[in-house]
Design a protein around this ligand. Structure first.
Ligand code: PLP
Length: 299
């Protein structure tokens, strides 16, 4: 699968002397969106290779990873179980409705229990309860996910100087860094507050995957808008203008914040004249329906 790069055309960008392309990972698949598809690809193959019939994973009630895993399981003929943080709310929100429509069995656990999701004893208990399952961590980040994300950069066949990507767990950025093997400059935009800890996460993932420590990447931590899944009117305005100007829909949790940040850096003269910048649209648009429903926001 390939995702094209689309050049953003505007007078504003021209005047600032930089060129911006969007890598349209959001167009990879209608339900297995963007980076979640990249992260699942080799895990699905591995699950099948190991002879598993079921994937089990974790997420919040609006998780793009939950929606993507359900759709991917269906496409690959694997059963899927989603361990969802918090209580069940009926009717199901659009994300969980989509997940069940694509065959995922949902199990709700308390927030306290959910915190144990990486503990070996807790995972062993889940294996006990559900039988032999292929476990995917929250957000889908593991070394096979990093491998899948190296392909984001492998299928960009143009020259550029910078690549920008939103961050949750940092798995996608780790794949980009590993895939570039020291080339270009990589900017990661954490979607959560206090995102500096992601530096170690990315470092460890890149090291574990490639055995290398690269220095051509950094985190831009100023564009979280108050925290994960927090929004402000200026963010929503930006997304609306972006859609009108460039015809590309964003979502407020990841891609909206990253592109807001990128455009703010451009406005502040962060990039030297003539810079060619690629921004990765990691998808996640399924989440917009839930956002609209919860906050009455039009995105
Ligand atoms: C999950 C997600 C991310 C974050 O990916 P990580 O690999 O966890 O850093 C970014 N953008 C979108 C749209 C996502 O759904």
């Amino acid at each position: 699968m390939e995702a094209k790069v689309q050049k953003l055309e505007s007078k504003w960008l021209q005047e600032r002397g930089v060129e911006v392309w969007v890598k349209r990972e959001d167009l990879l698949h209608p339900h297995i969106s963007g980076n979640k598809w990249r992260k699942l690809k080799y895990n699905l193959q591995e699950a099948q290779r190991q002879g598993h019939h079921t994937l089990l994973t974790f997420g919040g009630a609006y998780s793009n990873h939950i929606a993507a895993t359900a759709a991917a399981g269906q496409a690959y003929g694997l059963r899927t179980i989603g361990i969802i943080r918090g209580e069940e709310h009926l009717p199901l929100n659009p994300t969980l409705a989509l997940a069940t429509e694509t065959g995922m069995a949902l199990h709700y656990i308390s927030r306290e229990k959910y915190r144990l999701k990486d503990e070996p004893a807790f995972l062993a208990a889940l294996q006990e309860q559900f039988g032999q399952v292929y476990l995917l961590p929250e957000g889908g980040t593991n070394l096979l996910a990093v491998k899948g994300c190296t392909e984001i950069v492998q299928d960009i066949d143009m020259a550029y100087d910078y690549i920008c990507c939103a961050m949750g767990t940092g798995g996608t950025l780790a794949g980009i860094v590993a895939g570039l093997a020291g080339q270009q400059q990589v900017l990661g935009f954490p979607a959560l507050k206090g995102g500096d800890f992601l530096k170690d996460e990315v470092q460890q993932l890149v090291q574990a995957y490639s055995g290398e420590t690269y220095t051509n990447w950094q985190l831009i931590t100023d564009y979280h808008f108050g925290g994960y899944a927090k929004v402000k009117p200026e963010l929503l305005n930006f997304m609306e203008q972006f859609k009108q100007q460039y015809g590309i829909q964003l979502e407020p949790i990841y891609t909206g914040k990253m592109l807001f940040g990128l455009f703010d850096l451009i406005a502040k003269g962060y990039f030297e004249a003539g810079s060619r910048i690629v921004a990765v649209h990691t998808g996640g648009l399924q989440g917009n329906a839930g956002f609209t429903e919860r906050l009455g926001l039009k995105v």
